[in-house]
Ligand binder design. Structure first.
Ligand SMILES: Nc1ncnc2c1ncn2[C@@H]1O[C@H](COP(=O)(O)OP(=O)(O)OP(=O)(O)O)[C@@H](O)[C@H]1O
Length: 758
């Protein structure tokens, strides 16, 4: 029986959408079998203290019977293996190149320039990039409404809706080179516009909101998303995309609800609800009114915060910081782009600050904080953010270990440099645990474990690695888990890593959507043969509407991403591509370029779905079935960050429409169907004919592999093959490409009519 959650606790002010309560512990830890918790232990205290007790029933928290719960500890034997272990071969062949790259992680070191060479496996960027990183094609930016015709989703900027404080704005501009913009409500139906304006707090006088904003980057592991597609990746990587793509302190030690929790912000002597850290009145806002200097943060960290341009905390930071600083384990849910990275980094840094100074002669100095991220880009980005915050802590060092970098170089780097904080992707971390001399000893110093994108890390693609990692660090530690999505299954297995009395801090208001109301979500349903023209039409329309466009197009697999990138390149759009088939140096370079650019389209797989903080993305297009509801939300979350506006379009085939029922709680409306004029049709056919056969063959195989692994589509093999052949025709092929017999066998598709084998 699913666990029911409490109604929201609006304990700071009526607008504060923070719900926190401890999860029941079902005692299925990796290492320590625990008793079934006495669940109501904490609540009576909290509720009584605030006089809210009557609002809650602890009944709804009764845990499920233990037998029905997934047991994390059993995964050792039963989990699905990742498709492949992290390759030990180096993708960065040259040590100097690596050190350049590593030093790029320094404060403000995001690469400003994109070199003209691509990795050998890519000719895409070369074709579409000029020296300045701008489109060489004129057809893209300036052609108002151009040949695609008719598909209009006009937006207008809200002149004044940036909620950023001055310092933040300054920082943003200096980091990314241009001021931010916000989007308005023009073009929406009247009633939707009204609702949206209410959501935004937009006044009709056009003054709009005060703004906010954010920054990041991501990496789905070389193991990340791709890993989720685990077994299928064994098929020669054909469909692979993303990286694989002390216990209780007992008692009533419960954060915001206690006087004690407020001591850190100096409010304990005069405790009343109205005195608690308050948040913005706008329920959609991600900023709180609490300043960082109201928390017990070390002066040097405060300087770092200031240097980063942050003054007030975001909601998730305000809600979690006091609790984490007290040493509690936390599982936190907060919408995309709302500052979760700082929320876990800052208190982690404070743990290092409070630890005994590091002895420079120590052979194996302890790693004190271990941050695990599902993708390389995300790990890199978190390390970059840590370096920003550590600017005034010269004795504290951050290192990053990720797939795609030669392991020996990482070993050297960890030995030669300060490394109290280690940011890692799971597969590479596991490699170090197994292969790096002295690393296991260093890990025994871990005081804080952070699982960023926790739900992703706990799903099947990563569980075995995470299990191994948890087994390699002390049980007596603090564990922090953050994500924008915390599905029920994750709630039920998170106990394997968290203490029994951990706090679940949910900053998404009960009944509210997991997505931002400022992001307009739409879907278009079209048969496969219409999808490429529609995609083109949508892009052209968006570019015509907004010269500062910055679009991300998500595709289902790496190979399909490659195909779409080639096709859009042939259509003279200014595109870049990122997916797991690209070398890490290339990925890093493109990611950095896209972060700073405007008038650019990033075609990507799910390696970019989570955590990556590209500022000012105007539109996210998802082509084909998202791997899950969560993945849809994370992908969409690449736009509308830090309170900004954005748009999302989901392009589905009619037989993929069932996905909409999994997101029916989200405000996804039907978009007008783009009209394709004969000229565009011709252009598309020509472009398709220019795309090399190799890309089409790989995309076909990958497509088949991906949908074969999607239960609802893959269960009927005959139908699956019919659809795959429809996809093949949509690429302009009369005959579907032949697939190696071995691959077909592994996919369970041997002898299915309609397939050609070789
Ligand atoms: N206190 C703050 N004030 C202003 N901006 C902030 C603050 N904290 C973080 N940010 C900015 O907010 C942006 C989003 O932060 P971050 O990438 O950590 O979001 P997130 O919640 O982790 O998103 P996702 O769910 O997509 O991973 C970043 O650009 C970051 O620099």
């Amino acid at each position: 029986m699913p666990i029911k959650f409490l109604p929201p606790l609006r304990f700071l002010n009526p607008s504060l959408p923070v719900t926190r309560f401890p999860l029941m512990n079902v005692g299925l830890s990796l290492n320590t079998p625990r008793p079934i918790p006495i669940f109501s232990r904490v609540f009576p205290f909290k509720l009584k203290y605030l006089g809210f007790a009557s609002q809650f029933s602890t009944r709804s928290f009764r845990p499920e019977p233990i037998r029905s719960r997934p047991e994390f500890s059993r995964l050792t034997g039963g989990g699905v293996e990742r498709g492949e272990s992290r390759p030990s071969k180096s993708l960065i062949e040259d040590e100097a190149e690596l050190s350049d790259w590593v030093s790029d992680l320094r404060t403000n070191s995001i690469r400003g320039q994109v070199t003209s060479e691509d990795e050998p496996d890519s000719d895409m960027g070369r074709r579409s990039r000029s020296k300045t990183g701008r489109a060489r094609e004129t057809d893209s930016g300036g052609n108002k409404g151009g040949g695609a015709g008719g598909f209009s989703m006009k937006r207008r900027r809200e002149s004044n809706s940036n909620e950023f404080s001055e310092p933040t704005r300054r920082r943003t501009e200096s980091r990314f080179g241009s001021p931010t913009t916000n989007r308005g409500t023009v073009g929406l139906p009247k009633e939707r516009r009204g609702r949206r304006e209410r959501d935004l707090g937009v006044k009709r006088d056009g003054k709009g909101l005060r703004g906010k904003r954010g920054f990041t980057d991501d990496d789905v592991v070389d193991s990340g998303e791709d890993e989720r597609k685990g077994l299928m990746q064994n098929l020669g990587g054909l469909i692979t995309e993303e990286e694989s793509d002390g216990d209780d302190d007992g008692g009533n030690d419960n954060g915001f609800f206690e006087k004690k929790a407020l001591s850190s912000i100096g409010l304990e002597n005069d405790f009343e609800v109205k005195d608690r850290p308050s948040l913005s009145a706008n329920s959609d806002s991600f900023m709180s009114e609490t300043r960082f200097d109201q928390c017990s943060i070390s002066p040097l960290s405060l300087k770092g915060i200031n240097h980063a341009g942050y003054e007030k905390m975001t909601v998730v930071q305000a809600a979690t910081l006091p609790i984490i600083l007290k040493g509690k384990d936390v599982l936190a849910k907060a919408k995309t782009g709302t500052g979760k990275t700082v929320a876990f980094l800052l208190p982690s840094i404070e743990v290092v600050v409070k630890s005994p100074p590091h002895d420079r002669d120590q052979k194996r100095p302890p790693i004190l904080v271990l941050v695990v991220c599902p993708t390389r880009e995300l790990a890199t980005q978190a390390a970059t953010e840590a370096k920003v915050l550590l600017k005034y802590h010269p004795a504290i060092g951050v290192q990053v270990v990720i797939g795609g970098v030669r392991i020996a170089l990482e070993q050297k780097s960890m030995q030669a440099n300060l490394c109290q904080i280690l940011v890692a992707t799971p597969g590479r971390l596991k490699d170090h645990i197994e292969n790096t001399a002295g690393f296991a000893t260093r890990l025994m110093g871990v005081k804080v474990l952070v699982l960023d994108e926790a739900d992703r890390l706990l799903d099947m693609g990563f569980r075995k690695d995470i299990e191994k990692i948890i087994a390699a660090i002390p049980k007596q530690r603090q564990t922090l888990m953050f994500s924008a999505t915390v599905p029920e299954e994750v709630r039920q297995i998170c106990h394997s890593a968290l203490k029994r009395d951990h706090e679940f801090i949910n900053t998404v208001q009960e009944g509210a959507e997991d997505t931002h109301s400022k992001v307009r979500q739409m879907h278009v349903v079209a048969p496969l043969d219409k999808q490429f023209p529609f995609l083109y039409a949508i892009l052209k329309d968006h570019m015509a509407d907004d010269p500062d466009y910055k679009v991300i197009v998500f595709c289902t697999t790496a190979r399909v991403t490659g195909l779409v990138a080639r096709l859009l390149g042939e259509l003279n759009l200014n595109i870049r591509e990122i997916h797991s088939r690209k070398a890490q140096t290339y990925r890093t370079r493109v990611s950095d370029e896209f972060r700073k650019s405007k008038s650019l389209i990033l075609v990507t797989s799910d390696v970019s779905a989570r955590g990556v903080d590209y500022p000012d993305v105007t539109l996210v297009i998802q082509v084909g079935l998202p791997a899950s509801r969560e993945q849809y939300i994370h992908r969409l979350g690449r736009t509308g960050r830090k309170g900004k506006e954005g748009e999302g379009i989901l392009l589905l085939a009619p037989w993929e429409e069932f996905f909409l029922s999994t997101v029916k709680d989200l405000p996804i409306t039907k978009a007008p169907v783009p009209s394709i004029d004969p000229d565009t049709k011709k252009k598309m056919e020509r472009a398709l004919s220019q795309v090399d056969m190799n890309s089409k063959e790989s995309a076909y195989q990958a497509w088949l592999g991906y949908y074969n692994s999607q239960k609802k589509v893959g269960n009927d093999k005959h139908r699956l093959v019919e659809l795959a052949n429809e996809f093949s025709r949509s690429m302009g092929l009369d005959t579907p490409p032949a697939i190696p017999k071995l691959v077909l066998g592994k996919m369970g598709l041997r002898n299915v009519p309609g397939l050609r084998s070789k």
